[in-house]
Design a protein around this ligand. Structure first.
Ligand code: NAD
Length: 502
């Protein structure tokens, strides 16, 4: 394989060979016109390296490779068992390379190394492994109709799948999409986010090592407006799976309509976390903290609106503030004690700061944080203190709009009915959480809340075995779990006439 790569060394001393090309047909190639994107280390604001980006021409080549692979007996006729073995091998290789891959996530995204290693990398390998087990279990039904006829269904791959992923969990998002797509026998053109282009390219080498034939997986970096839109509007792509902002999802939906592509969309959220008077306060505070402050608050299902019942409101505020002070240590992501690294980019950092001003202008009560931090490492980096606004009302923009940072709003409610009304007062419907020791109330709320996920007495406690996705403007379709297979297989019905003419 012709290798386009550079040698990189991370602050933790790890060195690796970083591919910089476009990965098409199991080969590394340059972009057709030399288009490159530069990736920045958010901890130091220094350039890490540049990688090739895909133009429309390159997307044509990647899609053609994926189409050829889809119809090539080397992939098309491979048994589910053998596809599963390849996926399992890939999971194994990810585990073997987890320290390098976690290092790349940290340097490119800014997330703490311990989180990348023990969180992202475990999720990435286990998701691929989980779907490896499904590869030989994707089958149809026999349907009895009349005494003369019956029908059977077969599950076929959807075809060439374009997958567009965000920067907050670069490898895990790739795994959520590659796992089910490959288990179902599709071929893929994956576009990582331009802010975090590196880890997926290292993964590409592992995909070759795992034995996937040329063209089955193609990985092409580039900006959304160039590479992403070329993929979303391509006439020979059968499906687009997207994770990112709701605005981009709307654009992708329009582009995907050119040839009526199958779509799954996983977008933003402003997920509520409701705490009732009878909740275990310590548990509620700890989960509420994790639910919004993990991953620098850059989580689509982060529980960013905390609704607390009046009687315990003041007590909760104090305890929550104490938890943030004690646990949310902002620092160098390679330091073991760090809970919160830098925001991924200057744009995200500025966005978080702008919402501090918006909250103050709306006269919400800023009870913690919001200041930039300049005393870490070389004095640079997109570090910001975690932010807590209290006494927030549903009319305020900070109650309605997704910030995507370590930014939480806390509001008060009186009755269960008020809590449900406030929780559902959103254009989004991705995650939600309820804290109560009242069993029937917990399930009543779970039923009435408008969200794809409800956590009872926890938050953001995701699992690859459990379906994930949104209602309202948080998305279309489900990923993960067995339900994730539906997004990547198409049902063909075969009608059989057994009536004897004799
Ligand atoms: P985004 O939606 O712009 O980017 C996500 C992906 O879509 C990237 O790969 C990007 O290159 C691609 N993309 C962008 N424009 C495109 C286009 N016109 N056609 C095709 N592909 C396109 O998100 P962002 O700018 O990285 O972040 C902005 C906001 O999105 C955040 O503040 C947050 O609210 C939200 N977000 C959500 C998630 C999530 O997991 N749901 C993840 C990241 C960001």
């Amino acid at each position: 394989m012709k290798d386009l790569s550079v040698q990189l060394t991370a602050p933790n001393g790890r060195t690796w060979t970083q591919p910089t090309g476009l990965f098409i047909n199991n080969e590394w190639v340059k972009s057709s016109n030399g288009y490159m994107i530069t990736t920045i280390n958010p901890t130091t604001e220094e350039e890490i390296t540049s990688v090739y980006g895909a133009t429309e021409d390159d997307i044509n080549k990647a899609v053609a490779a994926a189409r050829r692979a889809l119809n090539d007996p080397a992939w098309r006729d491979l048994s589910g068992l053998d596809r599963g073995k390849m996926l399992n091998r890939l999971a194994q290789l990810i585990e073997e390379n987890r320290e390098i891959l976690a290092t790349i996530e940290t340097i490119d995204n800014g997330k703490p190394y311990t989180v990348a290693l023990d969180g992202d990398l475990v999720e990435t390998a286990e998701t691929i492994r989980y779907y490896s087990g499904f590869a030989d279990k994707v089958f149809g039904q026999v349907i009895d109709t009349t005494s003369d006829k019956f029908a059977y269904t077969v599950r076929e791959p959807v075809g060439v799948c374009g997958q567009i992923i965000p920067w907050n969990y670069p490898l895990a998002m790739a795994a959520w999409k590659l796992g089910p797509a490959l288990a179902c026998g599709n071929t893929v053109v994956l576009k990582p986010a331009e802010q975090t282009p590196l880890s997926a390219l290292v993964l590409a080498n592992l995909i070759v090592e795992a034995g996937f034939p040329p063209g089955v997986v193609n990985i092409v970096n580039g900006h959304g407006s160039i590479t992403g839109s070329a993929l979303a509007s391509h006439m020979d792509v059968d499906k687009i799976a997207f994770t990112g902002s709701t605005d981009t999802a709307k654009r992708i939906m329009k582009m995907a309509s050119v040839n009526l592509k199958n779509i799954t969309l996983e977008t933003g959220g402003k997920s509520p976390l409701i705490v009732f008077n009878d909740a275990d306060l310590k548990e509620a505070v700890e989960w509420a903290h994790l639910g919004i402050m993990s991953n620098q608050g850059q989580v689509c299902c982060a529980t960013s609106r905390i609704l607390v019942q009046s009687q315990i409101y003041d007590q909760f505020l104090e305890a929550f503030k104490g938890q943030v002070k004690q646990v949310s240590k902002v620092g160098d992501p390679f330091e073991e004690s760090t809970f919160q690294g830098p925001q991924v980019t200057k744009a995200q950092y500025d966005r978080v700061k702008s919402y501090v001003h918006i909250g103050q202008a709306e006269r919400a009560k800023l009870i913690f944080g919001g200041k930039p931090i300049n005393d870490i490492g070389n004095g640079k980096g997109f570090f910001i203190q975690p932010i807590i606004f209290a006494d927030v009302t549903p009319q305020m923009r900070i109650f309605k709009e997704e910030v995507f940072g370590p930014f939480v709003v806390i509001s008060r409610f009186d009755t269960e009915e008020d809590a449900i009304k406030m929780a559902n007062d959103s254009t989004y419907g991705l995650g939600s959480a309820v804290f109560t020791t009242n069993l029937t109330r917990a399930h009543r709320i779970a039923k009435l809340i408008e969200a794809g996920t409800v956590w009872i007495n926890s938050s953001n406690d995701g699992d690859w075995r459990v379906p994930f996705g949104g209602v309202k403007q948080s998305g279309i379709g489900r990923e993960l779990g067995e339900a994730g297979l539906d997004a990547y297989s198409s049902i063909k019905a075969v009608h059989v006439n057994i009536k004897s003419k004799l």
